[in-house]
Design a protein around this ligand. Structure first.
Ligand code: 3AM
Length: 184
Protein backbone atom coordinates (compact mmCIF):
# COMPACT_ATOMS: atom_id res chain seq x y z
CA UNK A 1 0.00 0.00 0.00
CA UNK A 2 1.08 3.55 -0.74
CA UNK A 3 0.95 5.79 2.36
CA UNK A 4 1.50 9.41 3.33
CA UNK A 5 0.71 11.62 6.33
CA UNK A 6 -0.98 14.94 5.66
CA UNK A 7 -3.26 17.65 6.95
CA UNK A 8 -6.62 17.72 5.16
CA UNK A 9 -7.50 21.24 4.04
CA UNK A 10 -10.27 22.77 6.17
CA UNK A 11 -12.52 25.75 5.53
CA UNK A 12 -12.24 28.62 4.76
CA UNK A 13 -9.06 27.77 2.85
CA UNK A 14 -10.79 24.91 1.05
CA UNK A 15 -13.34 27.18 -0.62
CA UNK A 16 -10.54 29.48 -1.83
CA UNK A 17 -8.54 26.62 -3.33
CA UNK A 18 -11.58 24.95 -4.91
CA UNK A 19 -12.45 28.26 -6.59
CA UNK A 20 -8.89 28.77 -7.79
CA UNK A 21 -8.80 25.23 -9.20
CA UNK A 22 -12.03 25.84 -11.07
CA UNK A 23 -10.54 28.92 -12.73
CA UNK A 24 -7.24 27.17 -13.48
CA UNK A 25 -9.07 24.24 -15.10
CA UNK A 26 -10.37 26.69 -17.68
CA UNK A 27 -6.83 27.78 -18.58
CA UNK A 28 -6.44 24.84 -20.95
CA UNK A 29 -2.91 24.23 -19.71
CA UNK A 30 -1.50 20.68 -20.05
CA UNK A 31 -1.85 20.03 -16.34
CA UNK A 32 -3.48 17.21 -14.38
CA UNK A 33 -5.36 19.20 -11.74
CA UNK A 34 -6.00 17.59 -8.34
CA UNK A 35 -9.47 16.48 -7.26
CA UNK A 36 -11.25 18.73 -4.76
CA UNK A 37 -11.92 15.86 -2.33
CA UNK A 38 -8.28 15.06 -1.74
CA UNK A 39 -6.90 18.54 -0.98
CA UNK A 40 -4.17 18.17 1.63
CA UNK A 41 -0.83 19.45 2.94
CA UNK A 42 1.67 16.57 2.88
CA UNK A 43 3.97 16.18 5.87
CA UNK A 44 5.54 12.78 5.20
CA UNK A 45 5.50 10.46 2.19
CA UNK A 46 6.11 6.78 2.99
CA UNK A 47 5.84 5.34 -0.50
CA UNK A 48 4.87 1.73 -1.11
CA UNK A 49 4.89 -0.26 2.13
CA UNK A 50 3.85 -3.85 2.99
CA UNK A 51 0.40 -3.95 4.64
CA UNK A 52 1.85 -5.55 7.77
CA UNK A 53 3.81 -2.36 8.46
CA UNK A 54 0.62 -0.27 8.72
CA UNK A 55 0.28 -0.72 12.47
CA UNK A 56 3.80 0.39 13.33
CA UNK A 57 3.47 3.39 10.99
CA UNK A 58 0.15 4.32 12.64
CA UNK A 59 1.84 4.12 16.02
CA UNK A 60 4.69 6.40 14.90
CA UNK A 61 2.24 8.94 13.41
CA UNK A 62 0.15 8.89 16.60
CA UNK A 63 3.25 9.46 18.71
CA UNK A 64 4.50 12.30 16.51
CA UNK A 65 1.12 14.06 16.64
CA UNK A 66 0.74 13.89 20.41
CA UNK A 67 0.49 17.26 22.12
CA UNK A 68 0.59 19.27 18.88
CA UNK A 69 -2.64 21.22 19.35
CA UNK A 70 -4.57 23.04 16.60
CA UNK A 71 -2.31 24.75 14.02
CA UNK A 72 -2.94 28.32 12.87
CA UNK A 73 -1.99 28.36 9.17
CA UNK A 74 -2.55 30.73 6.26
CA UNK A 75 -2.69 30.39 2.50
CA UNK A 76 0.23 32.13 0.81
CA UNK A 77 1.53 32.69 -2.73
CA UNK A 78 1.19 30.63 -5.90
CA UNK A 79 4.36 28.80 -6.88
CA UNK A 80 5.87 25.95 -8.84
CA UNK A 81 8.39 23.15 -8.27
CA UNK A 82 11.20 22.97 -9.20
CA UNK A 83 10.94 26.63 -10.26
CA UNK A 84 8.60 29.08 -11.95
CA UNK A 85 10.78 28.88 -15.07
CA UNK A 86 10.46 25.10 -15.30
CA UNK A 87 7.17 24.29 -13.60
CA UNK A 88 6.31 20.61 -13.03
CA UNK A 89 4.13 20.94 -9.93
CA UNK A 90 1.92 23.98 -9.35
CA UNK A 91 1.06 24.81 -5.77
CA UNK A 92 -0.20 27.32 -3.24
CA UNK A 93 2.29 27.81 -0.42
CA UNK A 94 1.17 27.69 3.19
CA UNK A 95 2.47 30.02 5.90
CA UNK A 96 2.95 27.93 8.97
CA UNK A 97 3.93 28.46 12.58
CA UNK A 98 6.95 26.66 14.01
CA UNK A 99 4.53 24.12 15.52
CA UNK A 100 3.92 22.71 12.02
CA UNK A 101 7.65 22.42 11.37
CA UNK A 102 8.00 20.70 14.71
CA UNK A 103 5.25 18.23 13.81
CA UNK A 104 6.86 17.52 10.44
CA UNK A 105 10.24 17.06 12.12
CA UNK A 106 8.74 14.70 14.71
CA UNK A 107 7.22 12.67 11.88
CA UNK A 108 10.55 12.54 10.04
CA UNK A 109 12.49 11.49 13.11
CA UNK A 110 9.87 9.08 14.44
CA UNK A 111 9.56 7.30 11.12
CA UNK A 112 13.32 7.31 10.52
CA UNK A 113 13.51 5.19 13.67
CA UNK A 114 11.31 2.57 11.96
CA UNK A 115 13.23 2.54 8.72
CA UNK A 116 11.98 5.44 6.56
CA UNK A 117 14.68 7.70 5.14
CA UNK A 118 14.20 11.41 5.87
CA UNK A 119 13.22 13.58 2.92
CA UNK A 120 16.62 15.28 2.65
CA UNK A 121 15.13 18.49 1.26
CA UNK A 122 13.85 21.38 3.36
CA UNK A 123 10.15 21.21 4.26
CA UNK A 124 8.11 23.59 2.09
CA UNK A 125 4.50 23.51 3.25
CA UNK A 126 2.29 23.58 0.15
CA UNK A 127 -0.97 22.47 -1.41
CA UNK A 128 -0.47 20.83 -4.77
CA UNK A 129 -2.86 22.17 -7.42
CA UNK A 130 -1.71 20.12 -10.37
CA UNK A 131 1.10 18.40 -12.21
CA UNK A 132 2.26 19.35 -15.69
CA UNK A 133 1.79 16.44 -18.09
CA UNK A 134 4.88 14.47 -19.14
CA UNK A 135 6.74 16.13 -21.97
CA UNK A 136 4.53 19.22 -21.92
CA UNK A 137 5.27 22.78 -20.91
CA UNK A 138 3.17 25.11 -18.85
CA UNK A 139 3.21 28.91 -19.41
CA UNK A 140 4.50 29.68 -15.94
CA UNK A 141 4.41 33.45 -16.31
CA UNK A 142 0.65 33.24 -16.83
CA UNK A 143 0.34 31.72 -13.37
CA UNK A 144 0.82 35.20 -11.96
CA UNK A 145 -2.50 36.24 -13.49
CA UNK A 146 -4.22 33.97 -11.00
CA UNK A 147 -2.38 35.28 -7.95
CA UNK A 148 -5.06 37.83 -7.10
CA UNK A 149 -8.02 35.55 -7.71
CA UNK A 150 -7.96 33.93 -4.28
CA UNK A 151 -7.66 35.24 -0.76
CA UNK A 152 -4.72 34.27 1.41
CA UNK A 153 -7.04 33.40 4.26
CA UNK A 154 -6.01 32.14 7.69
CA UNK A 155 -7.31 28.73 8.74
CA UNK A 156 -6.94 26.31 11.61
CA UNK A 157 -5.86 22.70 11.07
CA UNK A 158 -7.20 20.29 13.65
CA UNK A 159 -6.51 16.93 12.00
CA UNK A 160 -3.52 14.83 11.02
CA UNK A 161 -4.39 11.96 8.69
CA UNK A 162 -2.52 8.90 7.49
CA UNK A 163 -3.80 8.41 3.94
CA UNK A 164 -3.63 5.46 1.62
CA UNK A 165 -3.16 6.61 -1.97
CA UNK A 166 -4.98 4.30 -4.36
CA UNK A 167 -4.16 4.75 -8.02
CA UNK A 168 -7.23 4.50 -10.23
CA UNK A 169 -7.81 5.18 -13.92
CA UNK A 170 -9.34 8.51 -12.87
CA UNK A 171 -6.24 9.51 -10.88
CA UNK A 172 -5.27 8.86 -7.26
CA UNK A 173 -7.89 8.48 -4.54
CA UNK A 174 -6.91 9.17 -0.94
CA UNK A 175 -8.48 6.94 1.75
CA UNK A 176 -7.91 7.93 5.41
CA UNK A 177 -6.46 4.98 7.37
CA UNK A 178 -5.95 6.90 10.63
CA UNK A 179 -7.34 10.31 11.66
CA UNK A 180 -5.90 12.09 14.67
CA UNK A 181 -7.52 15.05 16.38
CA UNK A 182 -4.69 17.54 16.97
CA UNK A 183 -6.74 19.39 19.52
CA UNK A 184 -7.03 16.35 21.75
O1 3AM B 1 1.10 17.05 -1.25
P1 3AM B 1 1.65 16.63 -2.55
O2 3AM B 1 0.59 16.41 -3.59
O3 3AM B 1 2.78 17.48 -3.02
O4 3AM B 1 3.74 14.60 -4.43
C1 3AM B 1 3.12 13.55 -3.70
C2 3AM B 1 1.98 14.03 -2.86
O5 3AM B 1 2.33 15.24 -2.26
C3 3AM B 1 4.06 13.06 -2.66
O6 3AM B 1 3.24 12.43 -1.71
C4 3AM B 1 1.94 12.99 -1.74
C5 3AM B 1 0.90 11.94 -1.94
O7 3AM B 1 1.11 11.23 -3.13
N1 3AM B 1 5.05 12.16 -3.21
C6 3AM B 1 4.87 11.25 -4.18
N2 3AM B 1 6.02 10.62 -4.43
C7 3AM B 1 6.95 11.14 -3.61
C8 3AM B 1 8.33 10.90 -3.38
N3 3AM B 1 8.99 9.95 -4.05
C9 3AM B 1 6.33 12.13 -2.82
N4 3AM B 1 6.98 12.84 -1.91
C10 3AM B 1 8.29 12.57 -1.75
N5 3AM B 1 8.94 11.63 -2.44
Amino acid sequence: MRLFAAIPLPEPARTQIVGLLERLRESGWPVRWVHHEGLHLTLKFFGEVPTERLEVIEEAVRFAGQGTGPLALRLAELGAFPSLNRPRVLYVAVDAPSALELLQDRLERGTEAIGFAPEGTPFQPHLTLGRVREGQRCPARDLEEYADTYEQVPFVATELVLYESILTTRGPRYDPRLTLDLGA
